[in-house]
Design a binder for this molecule. Structure first.
Ligand SMILES: NC(=O)c1ccc[n+]([C@@H]2O[C@H](COP(=O)([O-])OP(=O)(O)OC[C@H]3O[C@@H](n4cnc5c(N)ncnc54)[C@H](O)[C@@H]3O)[C@@H](O)[C@H]2O)c1
Length: 241
């Protein structure tokens, strides 16, 4: 499904995003447009690929709504369209309860996790529909969408909103042939997990961590399944004692 495809990835410098880029390269994608706020880390990550020319990478903060929109449009122009979009960049607030979390950090989580995903979906769907491309958009949500998360309510709310936004985009499949899905990982072994946070330790001790590759496996299943549901959960198995 990734072979010969033109693909867009946000947050591609590490974790799940880097695993998406690796899978695209291994599968023989035609072009990969990838951004990350950490441009140096992204450049270092894509340097491992022998055919780095198929990767168009740049530093970009998805909070910059105009820059995100312009980048998607220029990606569309440079490869005469794209087929698959992964709205994947995400952050946690860094707090451990609502009252110790600065308001600007709450807003940052919403900007990056939700607003950028909505812009990415909206602009990508417009680009695809103008060219008659029956593409697929995959938004990285979280199992946090389905649970209360007192340590980081903005994160849980942003992911719940991503799931609902994605469900609400399902009619695009009938209207334009563009499928929009969310994949909702459980705890996955990446840099975003605040592994030393006291509030998270009991939960981390209770589950087996997922790997970024396991999340990309599910994303690939969604890509090939034209009847895939609006969202797929990837739950952690309990840790055996
Ligand atoms: N790891 C988990 O346990 C887990 C669980 C559920 C959902 N997720 C989601 O998976 C997605 C990927 O996260 P990850 O686990 O790979 O963590 P990660 O921290 O390794 O990767 C996130 C990437 O997003 C980039 N990013 C952050 N802010 C950005 C911005 N403003 N503009 C552009 N790029 C930005 C980071 O630099 C980083 O490379 C996120 O949406 C995250 O919420 C992760």
């Amino acid at each position: 499904m990734l072979k010969n495809k033109r693909i867009v990835v946000t947050g591609g410098a590490s974790g799940i995003g880097a695993a998406i880029v690796a899978r695209c390269v291994a599968a023989g994608a035609k072009a990969v447009h990838v951004i990350d706020i950490d441009g140096d880390k992204l450049a270092a990550s894509v340097a491992q690929y022998s055919d780095a020319t198929l990767i168009h990478h740049q530093a970009l903060d998805v909070q910059d709504r105009e820059a995100l929109t312009d980048w998607l449009i220029s990606a569309d122009e440079s490869t005469q369209g794209f087929d698959i979009v992964f709205n994947n960049a995400g952050v946690m607030s860094g707090g451990d309860q609502l009252l110790s979390t600065r308001v600007e950090h709450l807003l940052r989580v919403i900007d990056i996790n939700l607003i950028a995903t909505m812009i990415g979906t909206r602009i990508a769907a417009e680009c695809m529909s103008k060219r008659g491309i029956k593409g697929v958009i995959i938004n990285t949500a979280s199992t946090a969408a389905f649970n209360a998360m007192p340590a980081d309510p903005a994160y849980a709310a942003s992911k719940a909103a991503v799931v609902n936004f994605t469900q609400s985009c399902m009619p695009l499949a009938e209207q334009y042939g563009i499928r929009v899905h969310a994949v909702c990982p459980g705890v996955t072994d990446t840099a975003i997990v605040p592994r030393n946070a006291e509030w998270l330790k009991p939960a981390l001790a209770a589950v087996q961590w997922l790997t970024p590759d396991e999340i990309v496996d599910v994303m690939e299943e969604v890509l090939v399944d034209s009847n895939a549901p609006a969202y797929r959960r990837v739950d952690n198995a309990p840790r055996s004692v």
